[in-house]
Design a protein around this ligand. Structure first.
Ligand code: C5P
Length: 297
């Protein structure tokens, strides 16, 4: 018997970042939107914990206990006095080290899959607690849809969304490390007093109305200057997507994936084609959101 869970990627339509806290994390106002690019995690009983991964970027995925899927299985097993004797297979389609929370998605998916496989019967609150222990972006991968994350991003409030938003994601030639981008953010912010991060009301209204033009005017990522500082070529990708007719473009989370909001599915196909031809990215993917979070299939 095995259990498979499908889990979406995310884009941050707003990522407001405050000053570094004593614990090294940053307070955030983080508006997440789940989009239809998916990993699938299959949990199968095994003699011991084992992780495998397939997909175009599989070679970049660690298969040891640093993998969030492995850590999720271990955390659930420990809480319930079980052995994490499970084979977790990740069918990976979310860009790796891309700022789309692919690793976090695998953590949430593995947790849900092991809960179903072992009949643990953990309630939603317990699952969300474990997700928050695993990483700041993991709870959102479980709930999906759209949500405002506060604290270090893990405290979620669900948001109403009045329509579907269409996106193109340009996948970069190499990855960026999230801690390195936050360190660069701190370096660039040195000597400045940063305001409390708060969600933009214009942005929340645009989401609620399903208004793509208004959302394009309101998106903002405070990590973008840091990502561009570490990866200056991303400016060319942003320019190429905008020139191809996107309503706006921004770095997704800590990057280096860039996200382009477009008017509809046809525009998404066109912008993706232009980005692929531009030579400024490895590939371009089309996806719409919001979509539901981790789901047993
Ligand atoms: O929570 P998670 O392990 O996913 O975070 C990865 C890294 O990103 C942290 O070690 C930290 O460097 C940075 N981070 C941060 N502030 C946040 C979330 C993440 O500085 N709110």
């Amino acid at each position: 018997m095995s259990v498979t869970v499908r889990v979406p990627a995310k884009v941050n339509v707003q990522l407001a970042v405050g000053a570094a806290r004593p614990d090294g994390y940053h307070d955030l106002a983080n508006v997440f939107l789940a989009v239809g690019l998916y990993d699938e995690v299959t949990a199968t009983p095994a003699d011991e914990l084992r992780v495998t991964c397939a997909g175009p970027d599989a070679a970049q995925v660690p298969l040891d206990r640093t993998n969030l899927a492995a850590r999720a299985a271990l955390a659930l097993a420990e809480r319930h006095g079980l052995e994490a004797a499970v084979h977790l297979h990740i069918a990976k389609d979310i860009p790796v080290a891309g700022g789309m929370a692919g690793g976090s998605a695998d953590g949430a998916a593995a947790l849900l899959a092991c809960d179903a496989l072992w009949g643990t019967g953990a309630d939603r609150e317990e699952l969300l607690d474990i997700c928050a222990e695993l990483g700041s972006d993991v709870p959102f991968a479980l709930v999906g849809g759209a949500a405002l994350g506060t604290g270090r991003g893990e405290r979620l409030t669900a948001l109403e969304v009045g329509g579907t938003f269409h996106w193109v994601f340009a996948v970069a030639e190499r990855g960026l490390s999230t801690p390195a981008v936050f360190r660069e953010f701190d370096r660039l912010a040195e000597g400045r007093t940063l305001p409390e991060p708060v969600a933009s009301q214009d942005l929340l209204d645009a989401l609620a109305k399903g208004d793509a033009d208004a959302l394009a005017d309101a998106v903002c990522n405070d990590l973008q200057p840091a990502a561009l500082s570490l990866f200056p070529e991303l400016a060319d990708t942003l320019a190429a997507g905008r020139a191809a007719g996107a309503l706006t473009g921004l770095v997704s989370g800590s990057g280096p994936t860039t996200a382009f909001l477009v008017r509809d599915a046809a525009a998404a196909r066109e912008v993706a084609k232009a980005l692929r031809a531009s030579g400024t990215c490895r590939t371009a993917r089309v996806a719409a959101g919001p979509v539901p979070g981790a789901t047993v299939v």
